[in-house]
Design a protein around this ligand. Sequence first.
Ligand code: 13P
Ligand code: SF4
Length: 368
Amino acid sequence: MSSIALPVSPLIGNTPASPEIRARIHAARKALGNRLLVLGHHYQRDDVIEFADFRGDSLDLSLRAAKAGDVEFVIFCGVHFMAETADVLTPDGVQVILPDMRAGCSMADMADIDQVEDAWEVLTAATSERIIPITYINSTAALKAFCGRHGGAVCTSSNARAVVSWAFEQGSKVLFFPDQHLGRNTCHDIGIALDDMVLYDPHDPHERSGGNQLEVYDRAKVILWRGHCSVHQNFAPSHPDMLRQRYPGIRIIVHPECSFEVVQKADVVGSTRKIVETINASEPGSMWAVGTEHHLVNRLRNENPDKMVTTLAPFACQCSTMFRIAPESLCERMEELVRGEAHNVITVDKETTHWATIALNRMIDMRD
Ligand code: 13P
Ligand code: SF4
């Protein structure tokens, strides 16, 4: 089945890097040889991901970074929290480089350590029950360290079920940050009622209690941080309905950062790896509408010409911070390394690394 007739955003097209930049990257890559490992997240542009030695979702990339003992440098084509995680997990002596320091994650910016410490004070005063803090990997190293210090863990979209289930074996309540949607979707998936979840708003203007009376936290099983992904919140519950009406038989596959209402309407929910594996393994002629970042959707579409793959929203949902990593910045960072200079090195201090490692190792040990 041809996918040519499908509606796609003009933004979806990706042109290769200029021949000059490509030649410079190849030359620098050759000069650096096996001193360098280039990691690339699935949302990276095609003109960047083509230079990745390994591509994957957040969990895969973390696991690969943890094994990178044989290289001097890791260039991380992804966003800041991913490079920070890689720095925590790589052996001492490996330098992790982010091609462009402007590549952050708006969701990770929605919870800072001071806000989380304030929330902890409120919640531990509100209940005598044991609360286990779980941070989504899309968060700063300081938040991961907070979880390590307080008996919690990090999760990714690949193993959130296992991590949250583990947390309920350790305590009777979970504080999940910064993504309310992944938290709500996961907890509902393991059988927790929506009524047992409460939203904590770090910007509550009236009092420093997250927008609720304290007894609400004592009753709740799950306290969800009021954070979200600005890319995935663009998918609306009306989108699956529209696509199903237009293409009977189409299947909807979404990332769990989408809202509860969207996830409830999907046929398949999972991390970027699960999305890639599911579509690649599906039968020729199958039709898919994908609720995630459009560079990945576009790649899946190009790599599966015998299937119909389209974006779930009628417009392009782009992660603008991922998009900041460009072939030009990748080229500059590589050429600096060839000259013996390392720029944009991401370094997490020793104390934070110690506690974050504890929370990350728990993440690594658990699978859905
Ligand atoms: P994955 O771990 O599924 O790749 O997700 C990372 C992310 O940032 C999604 O927005
Ligand atoms: Fe962050 Fe959303 Fe971009 Fe993922 S898609 S890196 S959660 S802003």
